[in-house]
Design a protein around this ligand. Structure first.
Ligand SMILES: [Fe+2]
Length: 395
């Protein structure tokens, strides 16, 4: 008996902590029993050895949930920047990148604000240093892991805000962001369909999903750019894909305190939403409001991303604290809902219970409902009508 136990312990030691994590927290993986002479099939399905820093973080954090894997898995993050001009990142940013191999995303997605610009006094050298720091802390590790990076630019990366004479107020920051992303060494590893105005407006495909990226670094998208957006979404490539996802920094509707103003959401949001619905865009992933809120309005799913960088904000109503979050988004093409979100409080690494979030939010330009809520109660509707016009209280 002792001999059998001894052999068992030896096997566990030989396979290492990574296997244990995989067996305990990745129930979807078919390999569950140690085997001294594994068949080639078993070797092929065993997850790769985790890097030492990932193992160390997992050991520190205890039992981190790894949800059942979909056909495609995205690790979604947003708003990584610290104070203006900063070349360092919050611990939650580095933690996310280090834990990434545990979740094994097929792609990482970021809904903007990767560096800390939108500050007129920044010199070119400072801007370059910020993008270098982003590269070192975020982009280079993803390239090394051969994980594609789908992104959109935020107001702190390359604001499209205009002066009274209709010139870009942050033209130099936009040039620097373009310089960084157009450098072939910084190739994000996605399969471009149309680099119309990369990195501001572009489309790419990933595992039967069509992604469109628009410049939501300010509330305004010029008419000619919207014409391109519509043409791209109407194209056979977009329409024949199994799913369409839009990435942009500003959301369509306001969800957080301090961001409930016209300049903090896309202008003409109802019109934009009607266009997105027309072309069957499934989800709009946005950032900027620094508060996680999984919502829908009409036929459009709205994933309002929480942040990893500085300044988490409270939602417009409810009692949840201002979390720093990251979302694992699993896509199942045959499921009616198509997407599942598993969102982590990045300080504790615990999964956030969606039911703790308010059932709806009534921002200045329209109400959005939590993604699992389809109808408001009479008293909830009354609450909404006290804040907004009747036309804005529909979702
Ligand atoms: Fe922002």
């Amino acid at each position: 008996m002792q001999l059998i136990l001894g052999i068992g312990a030896g096997i566990v030691l030989a396979l290492g902590a990574n296997w244990l994590y995989a067996a305990v927290f990745q129930p979807q993986i078919s390999v569950v029993s140690p085997d001294l002479n594994p068949s080639p099939e078993v070797v092929a399905t065993r997850p790769p050895e985790l890097p030492p820093e990932t193992k160390a973080l997992l050991a520190q954090a205890g039992n981190i949930v790894n949800p059942p894997r979909g056909d495609v898995r995205l690790m979604v993050m947003s708003d990584l920047n610290d104070a203006y001009g900063s070349t360092t990142y919050s611990p939650e940013v580095t933690k996310a990148i280090k834990i990434m191999p545990f979740w094994r995303p097929d792609m990482v997605v970021c809904s903007g604000d990767m560096v800390a610009g939108q500050y007129p006094a920044l010199t070119q050298a400072q801007m370059r240093a910020m993008w270098q720091a982003f590269d070192k802390n975020v982009a280079a590790p993803l390239r090394q892991a051969k994980t594609p990076y789908g992104f959109t630019l935020g107001n702190h990366d390359a604001s499209s805000a205009l002066s009274v004479t209709k010139k870009f107020l942050f033209a130099q920051e936009r040039n620097m962001a373009a310089e960084y992303w157009r450098n072939p060494q910084h190739n994000p590893g996605v399969k471009f369909v149309d680099q119309f105005e990369f990195p501001f407006y572009f489309t790419f495909e990933f595992k039967d999903i069509f992604f469109l990226v628009w410049d939501g670094s300010s509330h305004h998208i010029p008419t000619e750019k919207l014409a391109w957006v519509e043409k791209a979404l109407a194209s056979p490539r977009a329409q024949q894909a199994k799913m369409r996802i839009l990435l942009g920094h500003l959301p369509l509707y306001a969800v957080s305190i301090g961001r409930n103003d016209p300049g903090e959401v896309m202008e003409n949001s109802d019109k934009l939403r009607a266009m997105l619905e027309k072309y069957k865009v499934h989800t709009y992933i946005s950032g900027h409001h620094h508060a996680y809120y999984p919502a829908h309005k009409g036929k459009l799913q709205l994933l309002h991303m929480g942040i990893l960088g500085a300044g988490p904000r409270p939602l417009l109503t409810g009692n949840t604290p201002p979390w720093k979050t990251l979302t694992i988004l699993d896509i199942r093409f045959k499921s009616p809902d198509l997407t599942t979100y598993t969102t982590y409080d990045m300080r504790t690494m615990r999964v956030i219970d969606q039911n703790l979030l308010p059932r709806f939010l009534a921002g200045h330009n329209g109400m959005v409902m939590r993604r699992d809520v389809n109808q408001l109660s009479a008293s909830e509707r009354q609450t909404c009508l006290q804040a907004l016009d009747v036309a804005l209280c529909t979702a």
